[in-house]
Structures are given as structure tokens and as C-alpha cells.
Design a protein around this ligand. Structure first.
Ligand code: G3P
Ligand code: CA
Length: 302
């Protein structure tokens, strides 16, 4: 029996979820650099648009949780209520990149170290690709980029389409055909279906916890190389739900999210047991905030 019964038999990959976000504020060059040093196969930038169409790396469309914007006097008047998002905050889409560049990142996850708050700036997508290129040279190995388009339909309605700007930025770094180094993920199947006609890069459809249609795997396989399910979709009462097997049968890789040392999944005694369970189940990659722990568990298995 293979130690890692993955789709291709290859060792599962480790994706640094928002960088080394368990240790350093998410989506900073410093966090990505640490994740690569800790052995991540991929770094994960979530992408959103500024008002002037720049792709900046943020998980949220708002800024108060992951930056110091609430303490910048000149920006206080820019806080507003958004009917679309049902909240009052400062929204990335209301600011130019020049303005975003004046902000500093903060640890958004409660209980994690704030030692690195207000030290690092907010990168654009090209900065992340530049870092990956430098670190690939330094490490003598490719550094994978596993990017996510956040709320593509919302931005497209505002005339901001991820597809062309993504592919042209990747092309600037000779990564637009790097099928072993770049993955494009989204919760929105429509942008992935469009991209599947524009690029050979592997596409991954993210699935929320409320996904109920494993029967759709062969349909998803028509435009995607894999699924990125919420990890709970794969396991119930300590056993496989059958979704991973169905995905593999349809030729899809399975990349569950998110493994966190400080938020272990229900029914597992610790993060090591949880990671080992999923690795042995046959996942092809995992998203984790703590790259080092995942690397150590994978190594301990073989
Ligand atoms: O992209 C995989 C995972 O990150 C999806 O959830 O909300 O952390 O971007 P989120
Ligand atoms: Ca993500």
C-alpha cells in the first residue's frame, strides 16, 4: 500500500497558506520568504484589485483586520458601509495602490504573535513573483505560486477582469506556461472555465463546507485539474466521505484547506495526527498556516 496514495503517486505538496501566516502577518514578502525557507512547495497569494486596477495580495476585500489602516488619520474619512459586503470598513477597491503602499500588515488571526505587526508592507502580485524567482535561485529549486482570484464576478462587474492581467503578469516572469510551478484557484467556477480556454496552467476549484455534489467531479474535471475542498468535506467520523476517491476517479487532484496548529480539526488529538490522517488518505497537497509542521509530518511518514 503506497504511503501517500495520491492521484499520481507523487509525495503530497505543501502550500504555505497566505505565506507563513502562523508566524508572520499574512500575505507579506517576509511571510512568503519564511515559508519557502521552511520548505513550502508553493506560496499562496490571494489577489484582490485596487481602485487603479493593481493586483494586491490580500485575503480580505477590506483592510481593518490585516493592516494598520484604522490608525491612519488621513484615511479615517474613507471608512464606509458596503451594502454588497454588509459591513463598514475600509475596502481595498476604494484605494489606489500608492495609498495601499503606505499601510503596514498586521497579524489577522487571534492569539498569534503580534511581534511583526506594522513592520511589513502590502505587496503587489509582481512583487511575489519577483521574490519567488529570487528564492528559487537561492534555493536551487522552483518555488511554486498557488494564486487565488478573490471575488472575480464582483470585480468583473466593475470592469476589472482577473484573467488578462493575471496571465500578462505571469508572462512578464515567464511563468504563463509554467504548468509545474503555477496553479490558479478560485471559488468561482466561471472564471476557471474562461481561464481553461486561455491557459494550460492547472486550475483548482475551491469547494466550501456546504458543497454537496460529489457527482459533479467528472464535470469539474472538464475544466479543472483539481479541487480544493474545505478539509471537512473529506472526512466524517474519522473516515473518508468518499469525495477524495470520487475526485481521484475523475482524474482530479485534491488539495484540502486549511491545516492550522492552533485550530486542529474536530476528532484529531493534535495537528500531527490530523496531517498524518489526510496524508495517508491520499491528498495531493494541503494548505497550511504552519509549513514547518506539515513538512515534518510528511517527512515522518516517508
Ligand atoms: O485558497 C484556499 C483557501 O485559502 C481558501 O480559503 O478564505 O483562506 O482564502 P481562504
Ligand atoms: Ca486562499
Amino acid at each position: 500500500m503506497a504511503i501517500f496514495p495520491t492521484l499520481t503517486g507523487a509525495r503530497p505538496k505543501i502550500i504555505a497558506h497566505r505565506g507563513a501566516s502562523g508566524y508572520i502577518p499574512e500575505h507579506t514578502l517576509e511571510g512568503y520568504s519564511l515559508a519557502i525557507d521552511l520548505g513550502a512547495d508553493y506560496i499562496e497569494p490571494d489577489l484582490v484589485f485596487t481602485s487603479d486596477g493593481q493586483l494586491v495580495v490580500r485575503h480580505d476585500v477590506y483592510l481593518s483586520a490585516s493592516t494598520n489602516i484604522s490608525e491612519i488619520p488621513s484615511f479615517q474619512k474613507r471608512k464606509r458601509h458596503s451594502k454588497r459586503f454588509g459591513m463598514s470598513d475600509w475596502f481595498v477597491g476604494d484605494f489606489t495602490y500608492k495609498e495601499i503602499k503606505t499601510l503596514k500588515a498586521r497579524q489577522a488571526f487571534p492569539g498569534r504573535s503580534k511581534d511583526y505587526d506594522d513592520k511589513f508592507s502590502i505587496p503587489v502580485f509582481a512583487d511575489v513573483l519577483r521574490l519567488a524567482h529570487e528564492k528559487s535561485k537561492q534555493k536551487g529549486r522552483p518555488v511554486g505560486i498557488y494564486l487565488e482570484t478573490k471575488k472575480p464576478a464582483y470585480y468583473r462587474k466593475r470592469g476589472l477582469d482577473f484573467a488578462p492581467v493575471l496571465l500578462s503578469t505571469l508572462k512578464d516572469f515567464n511563468l504563463d506556461r509554467a504548468v509545474d510551478q503555477v496553479v490558479i484557484q478560485s471559488f468561482d467556477p466561471r472564471i476557471l472555465m474562461r481561464l481553461s480556454k486561455m491557459t494550460e496552467l492547472p486550475l483548482v476549484l475551491l469547494l466550501k463546507e456546504n458543497f454537496k455534489w460529489p457527482i459533479l467531479m467528472p464535470l469539474i474535471a472538464r475544466f479543472a485539474a483539481g479541487i480544493g475542498p474545505a478539509k471537512k468535506l473529506l472526512v466524517r467520523d474519522g473516515k473518508s466521505t468518499g469525495l477524495l476517491e470520487r475526485a481521484h476517479q475523475a482524474g482530479l487532484q485534491v488539495h484540502p484547506y486549511t491545516f492550522r496548529n492552533d485550530a486542529v480539526g474536530e476528532g484529531f488529538k493534535d495537528i500531527e495526527a490530523e496531517l498524518a490522517f489526510y496524508f495517508k488518505l491520499g491528498v495531493d497537497a494541503i494548505f497550511t498556516d504552519f509549513t514547518d509542521t506539515a513538512v515534518a509530518v510528511r517527512k515522518s511518514l516517508g
